[in-house]
Design a protein around this ligand. Structure first.
Ligand code: MG
Length: 261
């Protein structure tokens, strides 16, 4: 039978269209990796990350009182020392006790100076802008060492994972602190659970625009196509990635809630 050709959009922002039959066949992680074109490198300037007066402080160097273990909501067990959080991979993802809709988020992260490994196994973490499950469900902005280290471009630091490569590679060297400033507009769902407005995100990496009001095709996924499922206000989650490289660190995390549009 000669059926009507149905097309599905993948790799939003890249203008990549494939047939629905091809989309159905996407069962491997590499099916959604994009390697070209490469992202231009930009050397960042300095950034002040001081919290403004109306910020909710999520980490000020002292404790993880604002965070829980994502899996069981027990107290977050990542390591806090010298004003810095370091990921404890064995304890899994952590997320905020509070839930959020739209917001402005600042966080700082550091890849260990002696990081080893390559590609996705080199300081992998991530910030999930709305956590919709305890593991990696949600909308991930990738954290990774992408300083002179290559991987698929829609999975490097600053990417909306497997949806939007960053507009620039503004990575600092491993061992140096880096900033993300993120404006998150959560997806809107009708009372029937149907999506009425897609999520969008703007990201500055070390003060350099890397996502410009990028519209998400759904939750970010490792294998297959993104999709939405209805949810309300959600925690912000940090990723304990299972790769064998040394754990990364965070500091100075704050958020400002924004009125929904
Ligand atoms: Mg990650």
């Amino acid at each position: 039978m000669v059926g009507k050709q149905v097309w599905a959009f993948v790799g939003a922002g890249l203008g990549v269209w494939i047939s629905a039959s091809d989309a159905a066949a996407q069962t491997r992680p590499e099916d959604t990796e994009v390697w070209k074109p490469l992202v231009p490198v930009v050397a960042p300037g300095t950034v002040s990350g001081a919290a403004p007066s109306d910020a909710i402080i999520l980490f000020d160097g002292r404790d993880l009182d604002q965070w829980v273990t994502a899996a069981d909501k027990s107290p977050a067990g990542w390591i806090v020392a010298d004003g810095v959080i370091t990921v404890d991979k064995a304890r899994g993802n952590i997320e905020t006790k509070r839930t959020f809709r739209d917001y402005q988020l600042h966080l700082e992260w550091r890849i260990p100076a002696d990081i080893a490994g390559s590609g996705q196994a080199r300081g992998n973490s991530g910030v999930f802008l709305a956590s919709t499950g305890s593991r990696d469900q949600g909308y991930e902005v990738q954290i990774l060492d992408s300083y002179q280290s290559s991987t698929y471009v829609n999975g490097q630091a600053g990417a909306v994972y497997k949806q939007h490569p960053p507009l620039a590679n503004a990575n600092r060297k491993p061992g140096e602190w880096q900033t993300y400033d993120i404006i998150w507009r959560a997806p809107v769902f009708g009372p029937d659970g149907v999506l009425t407005r897609a999520a969008s995100v703007t990201v500055l990496h070390n003060g350099v625009l890397v996502q410009d009001n990028a519209v998400l095709a759904g939750e970010t996924v490792y294998i297959g196509k993104p999709g939405y499922k209805a949810h309300g206000p959600s925690p912000i989650k940090l990723q304990a990635h299972g790769d064998p490289s040394a754990p990364i660190s965070f500091r100075n995390i704050w958020v400002r809630e924004l009125a929904p549009r």
